[in-house]
Design a protein around this ligand. Structure first.
Ligand SMILES: Cc1ncc(COP(=O)(O)O)c(C=O)c1O
Length: 414
């Protein structure tokens, strides 16, 4: 027998050791990668069902909620957004979307695809909404659902949410929050803030890869969805009675079916992405091992250091700093500096990835992240040192080493 010929182009996957300091994804915590190398299990194996139950319990703590329906959608964070929105929205429903960056526009698009009448209110990029602005829109538009981001990585801004849930309920609207970029980087006590549905991903502050979307929904949201519960024909039992509501337009993202699948009844739906479930469980486990408060504090410390370092280099930061996300910082590219060339130097000469930007900010700001496994003193200092060298090489004049010194000082003080 002759050995199969492997063309020389197909070498082992062995990428350069990049340090991912953009707006996410970031380097995964090695413990998460180890958990992902565990052998596969069948989705109805009692061991696996136990991992699913444990994952539900762990994410109740991550979301600081008692919600029974706390589970995961297979797919990237966008899968969670789509599942929440298509399962809540029926054609003709009124949906309010406050937009303060790219991911607000994404919610408008998903709501329109689901047949909603959408009312968008827009904030200049770099700013956030006051509760009064959202209340005005609630009063005049009377939506069934309000959909917004906690942190929008495109602008690096974080929308304060503490009052918004109660406000929505006063106007009889459900509140859905996309916390993909902010979860565990800053507080999000779901029950205390009266948020009906929250989704996220692993690839930012949770220190994992993208590919699974944790979600939590309260009883009020679950009621809406259960009214639309249908079971696939090939799985129906003789005594099955369908919900009275309109069938959810997507099968894969039908939260009623996903809830049946995650319930003790374990009704078949998709084939669980076993490896991603292991990742989700490990991300939550290591976060809670460190402690939510400690994880928030670690992100805040990295943000303080990054801001101090960049400002000491004479760089101007983007947006309203009082509402900056702790895990990502926007920087105006200085006049005369070629932003793409600096990013290329960072990547090619230092193996460090920093972010570009989208839409109206494209080519105007860089976005530097320090989140999840990379929200650390060493990664922040190394990134600032490399940026210093790359900016000097591009002819930008500044005091050498000032950025690293200023950032280091914030760590030495704390
Ligand atoms: C706020 C926000 N929502 C949604 C997404 C989309 O996530 P994914 O690319 O995992 O689908 C991102 C990704 O950066 C994000 O920052």
């Amino acid at each position: 027998m002759t050995a199969p010929v492997i063309p020389p182009a197909y070498a082992d996957i062995d990428p350069l050791p990049r340090l991912l300091m953009g707006p996410g994804p970031i380097n995964a915590d090695p413990r998460v990668l180890r958990a992902m190398s565990a052998q596969l299990l069948g989705q109805f194996d009692p061991q696996f069902r136990n991992y699913m139950r444990e994952t539900m319990a762990l994410y109740r703590e991550i979301f600081v909620t008692q919600n029974t329906w706390t589970m995961c959608i297979d797919g990237t964070a966008r899968a969670g957004i789509e599942a929440a929105m298509v399962s809540l929205i029926e054609p003709g429903d009124r949906v309010l979307v406050p937009i303060f960056g790219r991911f607000g526009h994404l919610k408008v698009e998903i709501a329109r695809r689901a047949g909603a009448q959408v009312h968008a209110i827009e904030m200049e990029w770099g700013q956030v909404f006051t509760p009064e602005m959202i209340e005005d829109a609630l009063r005049t538009f009377k939506p069934k659902l309000v959909a917004l981001c906690q942190g929008d990585t495109s602008t690096t801004m974080a929308q304060p949410l503490a009052e918004i849930g109660a406000l929505c309920h006063r106007y009889d609207a459900l509140l859905y929050v996309d916390a993909t970029a902010s979860i565990v980087g800053m507080p999000l006590p779901v029950d205390a803030w009266h948020i009906d549905v929250v989704t996220c991903g692993l690839q930012k502050c949770l220190a994992g890869p993208s590919g699974i979307a944790p979600i939590t929904l309260n009883a009020r949201a679950a009621e809406h969805i259960k009214r639309r519960r249908h079971i696939e024909q090939g799985l129906q039992s003789a005594d099955y009675v369908a919900g009275s509501g309109r069938m959810i337009a997507s099968n894969y993202f039908d939260l009623a079916m996903v809830m049946d699948y995650w319930s003790e009844q374990a009704l078949n739906h998709h084939t669980e992405a076993t490896t991603m479930l292991y990742a989700a469980r490990e991300c939550a486990r290591i976060t809670l091992l460190e402690g939510l408060d400690a994880v928030h504090a670690r992100h805040a410390a990295a943000s303080r250091a990054m801001v101090a370092g960049l400002q000491a280099m004479g760089l101007k930061l983007f947006g309203d700093l009082a509402h900056k996300m702790p895990n990502v910082t926007g920087i105006w590219i200085p006049q005369g500096v070629n932003g793409d060339r600096v990013r290329a130097r960072m990547l090619n000469d230092f193996n460090i990835e920093i972010g570009t930007s989208f839409g109206p900010l494209h080519g105007r700001i860089w976005r530097i992240g320090a989140m999840g496994y990379n929200a650390r003193k060493d990664t922040v200092l190394i990134t600032l040192g490399a940026l210093d060298a790359c900016l000097q090489a591009e002819g930008y004049a500044m005091p050498r080493g000032a950025g690293v010194d200023a950032a280091y000082a914030t760590y030495c003080l704390t």
